[in-house]
Design a protein around this ligand. Structure first.
Ligand code: ADE
Length: 245
């Protein structure tokens, strides 16, 4: 899967190309990344990529032209995929969207805005969708783009053990149950007994109940969603009832 990213801060992307699972997946050839600096597509002495907003207001706005020229170079280099930009006013990124991109494995072009934003005409003419990673404001789209890439790449077949992504939070519709490792007793606290028994059915029951409990407590909206989507069994709803009583 190929990502082309337009950014003024190319070195930031070393965070995902040189570290951890995403780096290993890249070495295995599961994905590739090319960054493009729109400054390269300017012709003035100052290599200007931004200007003051018409109508006034704080901050600077990224110019449409250097972005459009960069995008055309990306198209000529072979990436024909969807164009995604990042801003707090975009559609909130979620597991369902991530899984769709993973299933398609089409190339993506990611546009990282800085300053107050990007000239709306560029967004209207060239961008297919705008993505937000949450209700807060970042200094630019780079971290959001890396969040998207990381979430997609770790799910590409071969990036990590198959079972682990099927089983984890959100694919089940619930938050993850707690995890424990050695030592069995740490700072006076023992690992939950059942996890040491090797009794798979009991462990699965315990894990499911903890997942239901933490989801009910911290994200009750996800319980409701799981119920509507038919992801809760009779024993799940019985257990939830005892928690609520
Ligand atoms: N750029 C600035 N804030 C952002 C956010 N919350 N999500 C995505 N991109 C952003």
């Amino acid at each position: 899967m190929r990502f082309d990213v337009i950014t003024l801060f190319e070195p930031m992307f070393a965070a995902i190309t040189e570290n951890g699972i995403t780096s290993r997946a890249m070495r295995r050839g599961l994905w590739s990344l090319q960054t493009w600096n729109p400054r390269e597509e300017t012709e003035d002495n100052h290599r200007t990529v931004d200007d003051r907003p018409f109508g006034g207001g704080p901050g600077m706005v990224m110019l449409a032209e250097p972005l459009a020229r960069t995008l055309k170079r990306i198209r000529r280099s072979g990436n024909k995929g969807r164009v995604i930009s990042f801003a707090p006013n975009g559609k909130k990124l979620d597991d369902q969207t991530v899984r769709r991109w993973v299933a398609d494995q089409n190339d993506l072009v990611l546009i990282c805005g800085r300053y107050e934003g990007i000239d709306q005409r560029f967004l209207d003419h060239y961008v297919d969708e705008t993505v937000s990673i949450g209700d807060f404001v970042l200094s630019g789209g780079e971290l959001a783009a890396m969040v998207l890439i990381d979430a997609v790449v770790r799910q590409l077949p071969g990036a990590i053990k198959e079972l682990s992504t099927l089983d984890e939070s959100f694919s089940t519709g619930l938050l993850d149950a707690p995890h424990y490792t050695r030592p069995e007793i740490w700072e006076g606290e023992a690992v939950p007994e059942v996890l040491l028994t090797g009794h798979h059915a009991n462990i699965a029951k315990w894990t499911r109940e903890r997942a239901l409990e933490i989801t009910l407590r911290t994200r009750p909206d996800l319980i409701e969603k799981a119920r509507i989507e038919g992801k809760l069994s009779k024993s799940d709803t019985d257990w939830l009832k005892t928690l609520r009583d």
